[in-house]
Design a protein around this ligand. Structure first.
Ligand SMILES: *Cc1c(COP(=O)(O)O)cnc(C)c1O
Length: 462
């Protein structure tokens, strides 16, 4: 039986898929400070125009530049595995497949967008990129991509992860990136937060404010900002994952998938795997598509679909998305990459439409799943990824109860070899389940109560 399905380089998808072209109810536009929709040129100090064009594009298919493909070949196409050992351990009739994104140089799916973003910036004449990073995967991925492109890279890393994960900083430095803890003294946004909360663990929202400020205040005008998730063009670049997976499933004769699963922080690895399948669902296919989040940061399962800023200092436009409020400082659970207050507007609109069924899982169940996965399939996965594995196990158990031979597909978004402290705490029994208390959520939602409200547009078909 085939357990590892490989594509050759000449079988790689040559176009990205843009879900914005097919969403049954159109996306709401981002709004500026005056409450009116922003125009593309208002984003020009922050992003290069070629990426802004992708951000607002309604084209269904967008060509992947040949030079970008040549870099992606270093680790793509990525293998699709059948998790036969996990299936056996669960004694399930379900077939479990996973796309292995842990094989990239940075160890996750993030280089899939870091490389094209650095490439488009370089084409536009940009010399330096700034960004934020939570657990450190995005900072590593962008440092890697910038090193290939000869760009400078400055990374603001959320304080708590900076302290907990020193090796990530060394990875960034190895690729030539410059990484500082956020909030830092290098920006006004950082200094303001430090003055108010000197001991803050930081948050992605704060780090984003710092990175944007550092980009737009560069007097040479040759610095831009780069975001590793949430935005439409990031979702677009990641769809290569799902497009490859479709070819691989076809290769081994699977013509129907019943359940598609990904963990979701800002939504990019989930969108990357699932959006090509969302297209099938829009066209009538029956399947369940599940983005999974931690119960401690319940953006999709409990927070409203609202207009909110992507960052704490309110420098970004208002995006229509599920949001816990831009002041949200998440509890320090170990799934660093899943602690963002917002969610991709494309993923959010697909949730509103009913195409996706989000799920929240507590962290102890996730680590249980991660250990089971390591002891059957062998790969030590990232704490973020454990949410996808936990959901896949839930679905496999459900298939067993129902006696159905379902096909389950999930995204293995990254390995956990830089995140072993979380495993250590789990083995020591120090990890607890934490559901965000209702009062805390109400408090953090105060920040958005006076912002405009997007309409909940849906066709009612799903
Ligand atoms: C960053 C990261 C995530 C969360 O980000 P998304 O944009 O939601 O994909 C999940 N898994 C891994 C391994 C990551 O590095």
């Amino acid at each position: 039986m085939l357990t590892r399905i490989i594509l050759t380089e000449d079988e790689i998808p040559r176009q990205w898929y843009n879900l914005a072209a097919d969403l049954p109810s159109p996306m709401q536009p981002p709004l500026g400070p005056d409450g009116n929709p922003i125009s593309p040129d208002m984003l020009a100090p922050v992003f290069p125009m070629n990426l802004i064009e992708q951000e607002v594009s309604q084209e269904r298919w967008i060509d992947i530049p040949e030079e970008v493909l040549e870099i992606l070949y270093r680790w793509r196409p990525s293998p699709l595995h059948r998790a036969t050992f996990l299936e056996k351990a669960l004694n399930t009739p379900a077939k479990i497949y996973y796309k292995n994104e842990s094989l990239s140089p940075a160890g996750s799916h993030k280089p899939n967008t870091a490389v094209p973003q650095a490439w488009y910036n370089k084409q536009f004449g940009i010399k330096k990129l700034t960004t934020e990073t939570g657990a450190g995967q995005w900072g590593s991925a962008l440092s890697f991509a910038c090193s290939l492109m000869g760009l400078e890279c400055k990374v603001f890393m959320v304080r708590i992860s900076f302290d907990q994960k020193p090796f990530r900083k060394i990875m960034m430095e190895t690729w030539g990136g410059n990484c500082v803890a956020s909030p830092s003294n290098e920006t006004q946004a950082g200094r303001d937060i430090l003055a108010k909360y000197p001991d803050t663990p930081g948050s992605l929202g704060i780090a984003i404010s710092e990175a944007i400020e550092a980009a737009v205040t560069d007097p040479t005008g040759q610095t831009r900002y780069s975001l590793g998730s949430v935005l439409n063009h990031v979702m677009l670049h990641q769809t290569i994952i799902g497009l490859e997976a479709k070819k691989q499933l076809k290769k081994i004769g699977e013509d129907k998938v019943d359940v598609v699963i990904g963990c979701a922080g800002g939504g990019s690895n989930f969108a990357g795997l699932s959006f090509p399948f969302v297209l099938d669902k829009i066209n009538g296919a029956q399947m369940e598509i599940i983005p999974v989040e931690p119960t401690s940061c319940p953006t999709m399962t409990r927070a409203p679909f609202a207009y909110d800023h992507g960052d704490t200092a309110k420098m970004t436009p208002l995006l229509p998305m599920h949001s816990l409020g831009h002041d949200f400082v998440p509890p320090p659970i170990h799934a660093g990459g899943l602690r963002y207050h917002g969610m991709s507007p494309l993923v959010s609109q697909a949730i509103v439409e009913g195409l996706l069924t989000p799920r929240a899982i507590p962290q102890v169940e996730c680590y249980d799943a991660a250990v089971k996965f390591a002891r059957t399939e062998g790969i030590i996965i990232a704490p973020e990824t454990s949410h996808a594995v936990a959901a896949a196990i839930q679905e496999a158990n459900k298939a067993k109860e129902e006696g159905k031979e379902k096909v389950i597909l999930f995204n293995l978004s990254g390995h956990g070899l830089m995140d072993l402290t979380g495993y250590d705490k789990f083995f020591a029994g120090e990890l607890q389940n934490h559901a965000l208390p209702e009062e805390e959520m109400a408090k953090s939602l105060e920040a958005i109560k006076d912002l405009p409200k997007p309409p909940l547009n849906k066709t009612g078909k799903w």
